[in-house]
Structure formats: structure tokens, C-alpha cells
Write a protein that binds this ligand. Structure first.
Ligand code: URA
Ligand code: URA
Length: 259
């Protein structure tokens, strides 16, 4: 049976969505986090500048609250499921594809957008490219998919697998930023141009961005080629293996008690 709390939550959700839709109609494409997720600001605590990449303030990341990560992700998932900001994508999707894995993962893999298989199954990286990513995780890193967390820039499939438009990526930004803020990984591995450029807010090519450690909101970021690109260009697998080894060295150098 629904409790008064549940009813309040769904009413609040409805109000938030209406608010976002009216912002969208007004042409607003980016909002500070605190405007969208007021619950992210603990009651009684002073508001702080939103930790978006519009105004990066890494030292002001919220206090970790790992015990709430699962709950917070579920709440965010519901918001994503209800999102219709990109009307065309909302109309053409089978379902949204939120993300999968360990809510306390040390490592997140960050992809571009769901493809046909992901749109059908509701989980990221489950098609051919996903099988290659799974091999990288299993055979390359000796980890399980359940140890890491996998998410994309976009939560909806762009028809025909076209690249996400900048507007679409910006509409989804509050969702992926909040997802990463809840999980608080130590490492993010960006897969391909779209993921890397959107996270790091750069136009630099993946060829130049790979091979070094970047930082986003205090989190170490490694960029490498997208598995779909590796399927078309197997010669680049060598570079990706180097990037994964760099990532593993970084992870070994940092003591952590969860994977
Ligand atoms: N490619 C991506 O970038 N993400 C997926 O989830 C699947 C394919
Ligand atoms: N172009 C992409 O979009 N991704 C890659 O990984 C390489 C080239």
C-alpha cells in the first residue's frame, strides 16, 4: 500500500517533471543541480554551489553516504524513466536505459548511448560492443560486470544509432552527473569520443585524450576507444589494452576496500 511518503514522492516527482518541461519549452538546456534535485542539499545545511561542470567545485563534493546509494539511484532511475525532455527520443525509445552494476563501485565505465539491443533489454552494453566491453572487464581486468558500474551519457537510444546531439547530451547531463555523484567512483573509464568529450567538456579528439589520466570532480578519468570502434578497427585494441593497463595500475596504486 502506498504510504503518505510515497505519495509525496510521486507528487514531487510530477512537479519536478512539469518544472523541467516548462524550462525545456523556455529553451533552458542546463540547470544547476540544486535547482533540479533540491533533496541533494541536506536539510539544515547551507546550500552550496552546484557541482556541475558548468561550475566545477571538486572540493565541495557532498559527504559520502554510501548506505543511501541504492535508494538514491532508484529515485533517480524513476526520474529518468519519466523523462520526456527530448521529445523525439522519448517517443521512439522502447524504454530508458539507466545503468547497471555496483552502486559502490570504485570504477565506472561511461559509454555513449543505448543501441538497439540496449533499448530492447533496458541494460547498457549488452550487444556486440557490450560483449567486447564484458571481455575487457573479465579477461583484461579480472573483474565481473557486477563489480563495476556501467552507464551512458544518454539514457535513450538515438534512432538509427546516430550520435547524441549536444542538446540531448545537455538534457541528460544532470542525470549522469547525479548518478556519478551518488556512486562516487574513484575512477571513470570513458569509452569513445562522445563519452569523453561530454564528461570532460572538451572538443579534443579521443586519440589525444587517451593515454593519460584526467580528473573530473576529483575523480580520475581514463579515456579509451569505444568498443564499437574496436570492432571496426581491431588494430586499435592494442592502444585500448594500454589504456586499461594504465587504469589498472592507477587502481592498484590506490588503496580501496571495495572493487
Ligand atoms: N554503446 C554505448 O555507448 N552504450 C551502450 O550501452 C551500448 C553501446
Ligand atoms: N570515434 C569514436 O566515436 N569513438 C572512438 O572510440 C574512436 C573514434
Amino acid at each position: 500500500m502506498a504510504t503518505p511518503g510515497d505519495l509525496e514522492d510521486s507528487r514531487l516527482q510530477q512537479l519536478l517533471i512539469q518544472q523541467l518541461q516548462s524550462f525545456h519549452r523556455a529553451g533552458v538546456r542546463q540547470l544547476p543541480r540544486a535547482a533540479i534535485f533540491p533533496s541533494a542539499v541536506p536539510p539544515g545545511k547551507p546550500d552550496h554551489p552546484p557541482a556541475t561542470s558548468l561550475s566545477p567545485v571538486p572540493e565541495m563534493r557532498p559527504t559520502p553516504s554510501p548506505e543511501n546509494a541504492l535508494e538514491e539511484l532508484e529515485l533517480l532511475r524513476q526520474q529518468v524513466t519519466a523523462c520526456t525532455l527530448c521529445e523525439d527520443l522519448a517517443a521512439s525509445r522502447t524504454q530508458t536505459v539507466f545503468g547497471v552494476g555496483n552502486p559502490h563501485a570504485r570504477l565506472c565505465f561511461f559509454g555513449e548511448a543505448p543501441g538497439r539491443d540496449e533499448d530492447r533489454l533496458g541494460e547498457p552494453f549488452v550487444g556486440r560492443a557490450g560483449k567486447l566491453l564484458t571481455d575487457i572487464i573479465h579477461k583484461g581486468m579480472q573483474l565481473q560486470r557486477e563489480d563495476v558500474y556501467i552507464l551512458n551519457v544518454l539514457k535513450c537510444r538515438p534512432p538509427g544509432n546516430r550520435n547524441p546531439s549536444p542538446t540531448e547530451a545537455n538534457c541528460c547531463r544532470p542525470f549522469f552527473e547525479r548518478q556519478l555523484e551518488i556512486i562516487q567512483p574513484e575512477f571513470i573509464c570513458c569509452l569513445g569520443t562522445v563519452a569523453t568529450q561530454n564528461l570532460l567538456q572538451t572538443r579534443e579528439s579521443i586519440g589525444r585524450l587517451r593515454g593519460t589520466v584526467h580528473t573530473w570532480q576529483g575523480i580520475k578519468v581514463i579515456a579509451t576507444y569505444h568498443p564499437a570502434y574496436l570492432l571496426r578497427n581491431p588494430a586499435a585494441k592494442k592502444d585500448t589494452w594500454e589504456d586499461i593497463q594504465l587504469l589498472m595500475r592507477e587502481m592498484e596504486n590506490t588503496a580501496g576496500d571495495t572493487v
